[in-house]
Design a protein around this ligand. Structure first.
Ligand SMILES: *[C@@H]1O[C@H](CO)[C@@H](O)[C@H](O)[C@H]1NC(C)=O
Ligand SMILES: *[C@@H]1O[C@H](CO)[C@@H](O)[C@H](O)[C@H]1NC(C)=O
Ligand SMILES: *[C@@H]1O[C@H](CO)[C@@H](O)[C@H](O)[C@H]1NC(C)=O
Ligand SMILES: *[C@@H]1O[C@H](CO)[C@@H](O)[C@H](O)[C@H]1NC(C)=O
Length: 511
């Protein structure tokens, strides 16, 4: 079979190559002929034509080069503005150290004791990255590996001090053990590997190694939320008692350390600052996609790596996550919504601002507002809200007040639900309840969206000091516009939460 199929593949490849070659030869011919025609036109036909309009449209692209140089100066303006801030926001961030990773694993060990579990098991992914700095693609770039490579964390008691410490080992394919060591995982002690050969059952290997000690004979494992189903089933059939992520163990990653808060503050404040500095450079005629590109490059200039960037104009913003193709053009009175996230040292920002461009001047108090601007600021009536009582800017204010009320709820021992309900009450009282179609927020850390999730159904989860959340209420008016304000906050005991985005928006002309 293999012998037959090899030449067959070669044939296919050769034929494909021929087709491509013929095709490119034909294109080359066409280009050559067009080129000759253009030259001929310029040097033969044009000199004869002394009067009349000059046909400058052929053989060059003045419009495009003009617009791209404007785009370049827009980008330069935006980057310069951000760099001119001195990148003050980066001051609170430094990379996570080996000692930080060890402290995390020790907190995990104590949580395991509190939850009555013998060991925590996780495979490369976000949680593995959190405890030992290896993401799924860092372990396996092509696709998730079917051979289990598992980190196992067990609590041990220090004989002298009595403190609970983490003891970490790795179940690893035997032939990959060397590669696992080359990952340079953050451990100050030598790494312990339990190897399994290709023809062995990895889960029975783990059981038979007796690496996991247990009080009652059946080791109880807590698996991470990202653990794939076939690995969980494998562990169960090898005789382990497998339980899902919950309790104190889940709270370990939810509760941020000082260094994590420092990075989250830097990346979120920097992302807001980038939007503000970019806004000053806007001019009419830009598309949503062009602004996305320039904002991305502005963030990169500050060392922040964007991973999503949604720029939506007017009615396109009525879909909270967009979905339109980015071709809508910026006009004087366009209402702009930007929801953007970037990474710094593996931590995420996630912020949103809704604003008018700088060349749409804020109507001044007392002065009479021109009709077309009044029309622009007027909100279309809702079916369930008979009168069009509000202006765009009033809708902006309602969302802001909803955000304020949800932030007030972000204190230790409040329920996750209460933060959502507080925002929802404000929007419902204004008559727009049905237009606030998503939850008010979510936890944020190495992932932009982390548990706990702030929705009105999450009545059993209590907020704890050290947890970080977005507050992002919105109002979405179909065919009209959308408004969302999103900031990031740190829960801090009984007090008001700490803002990690620098300053909240000041108004539709001051994002
Ligand atoms: C964690 O991994 C990143 C690369 O993903 C690396 O830049 C960083 O130095 C590592 N941290 C430690 C403490 O090894
Ligand atoms: C850590 O666990 C391994 C495997 O169970 C064991 O061999 C080792 O002695 C433990 N180390 C400590 C310091 O408890
Ligand atoms: C983008 O969407 C608009 C509005 O639906 C449409 O008119 C336009 O042709 C689309 N452009 C591209 C490049 O798909
Ligand atoms: C939250 O509740 C726990 C358990 O009841 C309590 O120990 C803690 O002091 C409370 N926190 C605050 C800030 O009141």
């Amino acid at each position: 079979m293999a012998k037959d199929s090899l030449p067959h593949f070669n044939d296919q490849a050769t034929r494909k190559e021929c087709v491509v070659k013929n095709y490119s030869r034909r294109i080359a011919h066409v280009v050559l002929i067009l080129g000759l025609l253009c030259i001929g036109y310029r040097y033969y036909y044009l000199p004869l034509q002394s009067t009349g309009p000059q046909p400058t449209r052929y053989c060059n692209k003045p419009l495009q080069s003009l617009s791209s140089s404007r785009l370049e100066s827009f980008q330069q303006c935006s980057i310069d503005n951000l760099l001119n801030t001195g990148l003050y926001f980066l001051d609170t961030a430094s990379p996570i150290s080996v000692a930080d990773y060890e402290e995390r694993r020790d907190r995990l060990a104590s949580a395991l004791v509190a939850d009555g579990v013998d060991a925590f098991v996780v495979e490369p992914g976000y949680t593995f990255k959190y405890y030992a700095n290896v993401s799924q693609p860092e372990w396996e770039v092509w696709e998730p590996e079917e051979r289990p490579f598992l980190m196992i964390v067990q609590p041990t008691q220090d004989q002298k001090t009595g403190e609970i410490k983490a003891n970490t080992s790795f179940l690893c394919p035997s032939f990959e053990a060397e590669r696992a060591l080359l990952l340079g995982m953050p451990f100050s002690e030598p790494i312990q590997i339990i190897p399994w050969e290709e023809h062995w059952n990895p889960y029975s290997t783990l059981m038979e190694s007796q690496a996991i000690s247990s009080q009652n004979g059946t080791p109880r494992l807590m698996v991470d939320e990202e653990m794939r189903d076939f690995i969980q089933r494998g562990l169960s059939s090898a005789g382990f008692d497998v339980v899902g992520l919950k309790g104190r163990v889940e709270q370990v990653r939810q509760t941020k350390s000082e260094s994590e808060v420092g990075i989250l503050r830097a990346v979120n404040t920097g992302t807001v600052e980038a939007v503000r500095q970019m806004r000053k450079c806007l001019y009419p005629g830009l598309t949503e996609s062009e602004i996305t590109e320039v904002l991305d490059n502005t963030l990169r200039a500050a060392g922040l790596e964007p991973f999503f960037d949604i720029v939506l104009f007017d009615e396109n913003a009525a879909n909270p996550h967009g979905g339109t193709n980015g071709s809508k053009v910026l006009e004087a009175e366009t209402f702009i919504l930007i929801d953007v996230g970037a990474h710094l040292y593996g931590y995420s920002s996630d912020i949103c601002r809704t604003f008018f461009p700088p060349f749409f001047k804020k109507p001044s108090c007392g002065a009479s507002t021109p009709e077309h601007i009044k029309e622009k600021l007027k909100v279309q009536p809702l079916l369930f809200n008979a009168e069009p009582l509000l202006t765009t800017t009033q809708v902006w204010d309602i969302v802001f007040e909803a955000q304020t009320q949800s932030i007030h709820q972000m204190r230790e021992n409040s329920t996750a639900a209460s933060t959502d309900i507080a925002a929802r009450d404000v929007i419902s009282e204004a008559g727009y309840g049905e237009t606030f179609t998503h939850r008010v927020g979510h936890g944020i850390g190495i992932k932009a969206h982390e548990s706990p999730y702030l929705n009105k159904g999450n009545v059993n989860t209590l907020l704890k000091s050290g947890m970080t959340f977005t507050s992002e209420p919105g109002i979405y008016l179909v065919d009209n516009f959308g408004v969302r304000h999103e900031d990031v906050l740190l829960v801090q005991g009984h007090d008001e939460p700490v803002l990690l985005t620098g300053t909240r928006a000041g108004g539709p002309w001051d994002p």
